[in-house]
Design a protein around this ligand. Structure first.
Ligand code: GTP
Ligand code: SPV
Ligand code: MN
Length: 621
């Protein structure tokens, strides 16, 4: 039985209307609802979610909710994430690949009737400030109201995004009718259309009379990307990175392909604004793997007097060259989807202030008085909680109360340190780029690269201990180049080449590149560096270097601080030595890991990176 759900689409964009009808015909929802992004809509959908049992209203926080996911649907699923490029080689050795034809066939079956019994939401959205030159448009179709309300926090969603899609469509038509003389587009442009198409289903159709569950999802999961046609199809999960398709799927995997084709960068980076007591304000971008400290650094409260940090973004940066040759970055998102555990008054007071209301908390614990709690929120846990699985919990329980990848979804505008220019459509000029990861051993607190090319080499060699942000074994060391391993939409060897090309651009005023590690551990397994607000000392050294005011010591791996300000820190001489020196023996072992990593990319690995490897070996002696 096939029900027609063709509806009058409230849009003049024919491409959008036709696509929505096509997906509705395939997925057979009971209803189609176009999201306008209004407050009325938010209230209606959150009420609905409360009624359905997906959300619990928090008595202690205005307009805020708690969600408990299915216990199997708590993180990104990297082994179910696919880049469906026409050629396998274009997905590269680090991405899962399925031929687009085969994938479409699978989806043709999987999505057939998959929204039965549900409402299909059409969610137009804009990544980046509305109407901004660097911004990009998309539409997510989803059968999850949890996704629809989350998209309202995380993106510029609704009516205004829809109008921009219509304007773009109208401009394209005008371009076509004057024979392409004025903004006409290529065949490929035509295939890619006026907006990125993103289809999401939880993969749990309801038979007539069948009761729904609070967190519908499926054990069959696909998070698939079609880079040539700029499409995203996601099936079976309701979790952030798998389901909020504007985020990792669009703003990194699809956008990295756009960026390669158009000469810009789409990166897994925070953006912060740093103002010294006197002197020039600087903007810094930093790429750390998932759950390795971006949100925390972006909202850092400096411990050194007179320094000020403001926040532009905490997860994704899009960077383009300005006319002055500098790289200008925007945060394409409108909210933070942040790791809850470890976020507390002492570690990240600004995040805590951001979360005062209008927020959704997923897989945290519930207090008896209707508030949320997670490990690290307060030093002492409450005497009683309901844990993320809905069980009674006391401090004596042997499992954590919150899932280690519990997350908050909250508007960026509520962050007390949000920079006034965070929505400036032209972006902010980046002076320094930081790479880093979780490394208990070997890697010093901070290293300055010797050149852009050497910085790209450092980025290509980022390695980090795995976290709970993705399914898999936590703590295992893996290479995560540029913190983009799970997010690069094309061959990562070519991606390294793209970074090198950026550095060769005529007239480029390139940021300096640094490598940081907040996670060095001592013999007792304790973090040596206090981290969090104290990371401002490292930022200060970097800015002083940019200004030619700080000294550095050359080492085989790069330049290390000669004069890091550690005044007032409780660090032994041994600790400091561990953080700020390079052990040649250990680094020979580190270097021995590089060939195996590089060889994965075969002929796609730029020769310059082998040159850098050989230069490192020479310096190590
Ligand atoms: P994604 O949102 O997954 O991309 O992660 P992120 O890079 O934004 O990570 P986030 O800042 O949320 O930090 C993840 C975890 O690392 C939290 O539990 C933090 O408390 C912890 N963390 C952040 N900064 C530091 C630091 O400087 N030192 C230590 N020891 N832990 C830190
Ligand atoms: C990450 O895993 O890097 C995140 C969370 O920022 S998600 O949006 O789920 O990818
Ligand atoms: Mn992230």
């Amino acid at each position: 039985m096939s029900v027609s759900v063709e509806v009058e689409a409230p849009t003049s964009n024919r491409e959008l209307a036709a696509w929505v009808n096509e997906i509705a015909a395939l997925t057979q929802p009971d209803r189609v609802e176009w999201c306008d992004g209004s407050e009325e809509e938010w209230t209606r959908l959150t009420n609905l979610l409360v009624e359905q049992g997906t959300l619990t209203r928090l008595a202690a926080r205005p307009n805020s909710f708690y969600a408990k996911s299915d216990p199997t649907d708590v993180a990104r699923v990297e082994d179910r994430t696919f880049i469906c490029s026409e050629r396998r080689e274009d997905a590269g050795p680090t991405n899962n690949w399925i031929a687009p034809g085969e994938m479409r066939q699978t989806f043709g079956e999987l999505f057939k009737g998959c929204m039965r019994g549900r409402t299909m939401y059409v969610v137009p959205f804009c990544m980046g400030p509305l109407g901004g030159e660097i911004s990009q448009l998309g539409v997510e179709i989803t059968d999850s109201p949890y996704v629809a309300v989350s998209m309202r926090v995380m993106t510029r969603m609704g009516e205004r995004a829809l109008r921009l899609i219509e304007e773009r469509g109208a401009a394209r038509k005008a371009g076509e009718s004057d024979g392409g003389a004025n903004g006409g587009r290529s065949k490929r442009d035509h295939e890619q259309g006026d907006f990125v198409k993103a289809v999401h289903s939880v993969g749990a159709p309801l038979e007539p009379g069948q009761a729904d569950v609070p967190w519908p999802c499926s054990s069959t999961k696909y998070i698939s990307h079609f880079p040539e046609t700029r499409e995203i199809w996601s099936y079976g999960s309701g979790y952030g990175g798998n389901a909020l398709l504007g985020k990792k799927c669009y703003a990194l995997r699809i956008a990295s392909v756009m960026a390669r084709d158009e000469g810009w960068l789409a990166e897994h980076m925070l953006i912060l604004k740093l103002t010294p007591p006197s002197g020039e304000t600087r903007y810094i971008a930093a790429a750390f793997p998932s759950a390795c400290g971006k949100t925390n650094l972006a909202m850092l409260k400096p411990t050194i007097p007179g320094w000020k940090v403001e926040t532009i973004g905490d997860d994704i940066a899009w960077m383009r060259f300005g006319e002055d040759g500098r790289l200008y970055a925007i945060n394409p998102e409108a909210g933070f989807f942040g790791v809850a555990p470890g976020t507390g008054q002492v570690t990240n007071a600004n995040a805590i202030k951001t979360l005062w209301g209008n927020s959704i908390f997923t897989n945290v614990a519930l207090t008896d008085d209707g508030d949320v709690w997670w490990e690290g929120l307060t030093e002492e846990p409450p005497a009683h909680l309901t844990d993320w699985k809905g069980r009674s919990w006391t401090p004596g329980s042997d499992e954590p109360a919150a899932h280690p990848n519990a997350r908050f979804t909250t508007p960026a505008s509520q962050c007390p340190t949000i920079a006034p220019e965070w929505q400036d459509p032209k972006g902010v000029p980046i002076s320094a780029i930081l790479f880093g990861g979780r490394r208990a051993t070997a890697v010093p607190l901070v290293t300055e690269s010797l050149s852009w090319q050497h910085g790209v080499f450092l980025g290509a060699n980022v390695a980090s201990e795995k976290t709970a942000a993705a399914e898999g074994k936590v703590g295992e060391l893996r290479h995560d180049p540029f913190a983009m391993l799970p997010f690069c939409g094309y061959n990562m060897g070519d991606y390294f080449g793209h970074w090198l090309d950026i550095g060769r651009r005529e007239g480029a005023q390139l940021p300096k590149i640094y490598y940081v590690n907040w996670f060095r551990k001592n013999d007792e397994g304790k973090f040596v560096w206090p981290g969090f607000g104290e990371n401002s000392r490292v930022l200060k050294w970097i800015v002083d270097r940019l200004n030619g005011e700080a000294k550095a010591v050359p080492t085989p791996i790069g330049l290390l601080p000669a004069d890091l300000d550690t005044q007032g820190l409780d660090l032994s001489d041994d600790d400091l030595r561990m953080l700020l020196t390079v052990d040649r023996e250990v680094w020979r072992e580190e270097a021995a890991l590089i060939p195996g990593h590089f060889e994965t990319f075969g002929s796609h690995l730029p020769k310059e990176l082998w040159d850098e490897y050989n230069a490192l070996l020479d310096r190590l002696g």
